[in-house]
Design a binder for this molecule. Structure first.
Ligand code: VGL
Ligand code: ZN
Length: 212
């Protein structure tokens, strides 16, 4: 993508899962996650509308390896809805690890959408849980506000940001991923996701291409 994108009042910045457990010292830390906090704060000042998502799991959530017998962290298992990576316990509702990064400015957020709240189903996308059917309410919120273009930032590029981008397209939004405002678990893992974005029509932009 080249050239400047002029932002207007129908554009929304979606800030995905910038929570303590995904940052340095957290139980499921993502490399460079801390480094995107200041850039995201500065992005917020360019947008009239900001929505934040928060990974918010009950104790004993089925995406935790500890909720299964004889499983290891990061092992893949089969759930009724398909394959599921088993994660270390993270973002348990009401715990410090589920809090937003202490430097994230949440004051501009008009809505906070929580996901992964159902014990039986994980949720990577901010739109649907991993059964691909149960909505989080994000699409309804965006649609009812008349938002058309959504700009995604946050954690993790190859999971939550990635699936939110492709689901956003399916839900009829124009989706932009602000690549320098996302952090990934693994630099190589996100290559397939970039390919999926290209196939689905997700636009990749950098922060300096956005002007308010
Ligand atoms: C996420 C793994 C587990 C994410 C959430 O937000 O990308 N990844 N839970
Ligand atoms: Zn999670």
């Amino acid at each position: 993508m080249t050239g400047k994108i002029k932002l207007d009042e129908n554009d929304v910045l979606v800030v995905i899962d910038v929570q303590k457990d995904f940052c340095a010292g957290g139980s499921l830390a993502v490399q460079n996650a801390d480094a995107i906090v200041a850039p995201i704060n500065s992005l917020m000042s360019k947008f009239d509308n900001v929505v934040i998502s928060q990974d918010w799991h009950p104790v004993g959530h089925k995406s935790f390896y500890t909720s299964h017998e004889d499983k290891n962290p990061f092992e893949v298992t089969t759930m009724p809805y398909g394959e599921q990576i088993l994660w270390p316990e993270h973002c348990i509702a009401g715990t410090t690890g589920a809090d937003f990064h202490s430097e994230l400015d949440t004051s501009k957020a008009k809505a906070i959408i929580r996901k992964g709240t159902n014990t039986q189903i994980d949720s990577y996308s901010t739109f649907f849980e991993n059964d691909r059917k149960t909505p989080t309410g994000m699409a309804g919120y965006l649609r009812q506000n008349g938002f058309k273009r959504i700009f995604l930032s946050g954690i993790a590029t190859e999971y939550c940001v990635g699936f939110s981008a492709t689901d956003g397209i399916e839900e009829g939004f124009d989706v932009y991923v602000i690549t320098d405002a996302t952090a990934s678990f693994d630099n190589e893992d996100y290559e397939p996701m970039h390919k999926r974005w290209d196939e689905c029509g997700v636009t990749k932009v950098t922060m300096d291409e956005l002007s308010s």
